[in-house]
Design a protein around this ligand. Structure first.
Ligand SMILES: Cc1cc2nc3c(=O)[nH]c(=O)nc-3n(C[C@H](O)[C@H](O)[C@H](O)COP(=O)(O)OP(=O)(O)OC[C@H]3O[C@@H](n4cnc5c(N)ncnc54)[C@H](O)[C@@H]3O)c2cc1C
Length: 474
């Protein structure tokens, strides 16, 4: 997405653009696939509405009418002893009000009292630590029940990581400063939530988020951008003030580059040209296996677990970290699937613990049949009704290896260092989730900005008719 968005921005600035993509398909983590005759998202399936940036892009691509809100019933939380509707927490599972009845139900009265101590505990030196993990902050302020039962399931769902390994400044920029300003974690979370727009925190696109890629690719073609798939870039070298790009599809000369791969690939490609960059190579991110099942089960019409569940660590017998009941979440999909038919998406793979003792669950090496068996067993437990192979109309496994960037401790400092090193390079910009942060809002906003910086660097002018569209993005 970063590469496609950057290409579009550069073309809008009047530059001749070529996109080189390693795989056979454009879009990376944003992709659709067909299961039981339905076109479904195989990667990202929603976008955050905290910024208008994705909706604006969708509208520019003619998808404005298709932007869809999810079913407001909300998701559930699977705790070791029971399932309950997900409490309305503030940010990444951290409650703004630890005494709210749904929080008390999830963590118990004693833990709720402990969490409320956050309001009176002195801040001490914790917030001045150079590296602070999400887990450390939440445990210190609100106690381990909030961490294990509320924050860990959400962190696993979004980052496939343990909160103790996540860099708080990477995953919730501004939280540290807000705690200092407001005096407690709960007040900080409340203030950040209040600043967010009202309404649902996410939205989708009827037909799938993958439509964004299909429309973007068409838009790029219309703008004369050359799109080359199956062309992994294997080398980048300085040449005549610009760059020579070696790829499986041949060599290219470029005045400027936006390198929009994953972090490991970007660093390896540029290390020879940028002294010091090799030391900033990020560790590979988590590997995730997604199992999609399309089932004929009218019993699921009632959406027994809302739009799906996040699974807390320690739930015996369930290996999935999350289940999305996609037909319950997206009314447009329910209409397409037809009565009694349901789409379930189970995700596998998370890290438990941090540092040397961390255990990384990786299911991507499991064969498809084993994953299907596990998915049927997990879906039966999580949804509270037996789902057998006979109920399945279609199924598919997707493995995302190295697609999610790491947001582990020290990541923000690494990003700053990479940005610093790259800023001295004429005709070069780096984009993508490893630098911008996970999620379409962060990736798209950053890619647009990086492309504009490159266009400026190359002396391309902003076209007057494009100016207003360009000016209203953050
Ligand atoms: C399963 C899953 C679900 C997600 N769900 C959501 C969601 O619901 N909402 C949300 O906002 N975000 C979601 N995300 C995150 C979001 O999809 C990503 O943050 C975003 O799409 C990343 O875009 P990107 O362009 O940075 O990277 P990528 O999508 O990883 O693209 C990088 C591209 O670079 C290519 N490449 C790599 N090396 C080379 C090379 N040497 N030469 C040429 N090309 C190369 C790759 O093939 C790939 O196409 C999800 C991610 C995953 C994996």
């Amino acid at each position: 997405m970063a590469g496609l968005v950057a290409a579009r921005e550069l073309a809008r600035q009047g530059l001749a653009v070529t996109v080189l993509e390693a795989t056979d398909a454009f879009g990376g983590c944003v992709a659709r696939h067909e299961v039981a005759g339905l076109m479904l998202d195989a990667g990202a399936e929603s976008f955050a509405t905290r910024s208008p940036i994705v909706a604006e892009l969708a509208a520019e691509l003619g998808l404005g009418e298709r932007i869809a809100a999810p079913n407001p019933v909300g998701a559930w939380l699977q705790l070791p002893e029971s399932a309950q509707p997900m409490p309305s927490t503030g940010i990444l599972g951290i409650p703004a009000d630890p005494a709210a009845p749904d929080i008390v139900k999830a963590i118990g009265r004693r833990a709720s009292l402990r969490a409320a101590a956050d309001k009176v505990l002195p801040l001490g030196t914790l917030l001045r630590k150079e590296q602070l993990s999400l887990g450390e902050l939440v445990r210190a302020r609100m106690g381990s029940a909030v961490l294990d039962r509320l924050v860990a399931p959400v962190a696993a769902g979004v980052y496939s990581a343990d909160p103790d390994a996540l860099d708080v400044d990477s995953v919730v920029p501004g939280l540290r400063a807000a705690v200092t300003k407001h005096g407690s974690l709960a007040a900080a979370v409340g203030a950040l939530r209040q600043a967010a727009p009202a309404g649902s925190a996410v939205a989708g696109i009827a037909g799938g988020i993958g439509l964004l890629v299909e429309r973007l690719v068409q838009d790029l073609k219309d703008r004369g951008v050359k799109l080359v798939a199956g062309a992994p870039v294997t080398g980048l070298e300085r040449a005549d003030g610009g760059w020579q790009v070696r790829s499986a599809a041949g060599d290219f000369d470029a005045a400027g580059l936006v390198v929009a791969t994953d972090g490991g690939s970007a660093v390896r490609l540029l290390a020879a040209s940028i002294p010091g960059l090799a030391a900033a190579e990020p560790a590979p991110g988590p590997a995730v296996a997604l199992v999609t099942l399309v089932v004929d089960m009218p019993e699921l019409d009632a959406a027994p677990r809302g739009t799906g569940l996040l699974v807390a660590p320690g739930v015996v017998g369930v290996r999935a970290k999350a289940l999305t009941h996609a037909t319950a979440k997206w009314p447009w999909l329910a209409a397409e699937a037809g009565p009694g038919n349901h789409v379930l998406r189970l995700s596998y793979g998370r890290a438990v613990g941090a540092g040397d003792g961390a255990e990384r669950e990786d299911f991507t090496a499991w064969p498809d049949d084993k994953l299907y068996g596990q998915a049927l067993a997990d879906a039966s437990v999580l949804l509270g009704l037996p789902i057998g192979a006979d109920d399945v109309l279609g199924r598919k496994v997707v493995r995302w290896v190295g697609a999610l960037p790491s947001a582990t401790l020290g990541h923000r400092a690494r990003v700053a260092e990479v940005r610093r090193l790259a800023s001295g390079q004429h005709g070069l910009q780096l984009a993508g989730a490893w630098l911008a942060g996970t999620g379409l809002v962060a990736v798209i906003g950053d890619a647009r900005q990086r492309a504009r910086l490159l266009a400026e660097d190359l002396g391309a002018g902003t076209r007057p008719e494009e100016h207003s569209a360009a000016a209203d993005t953050p």
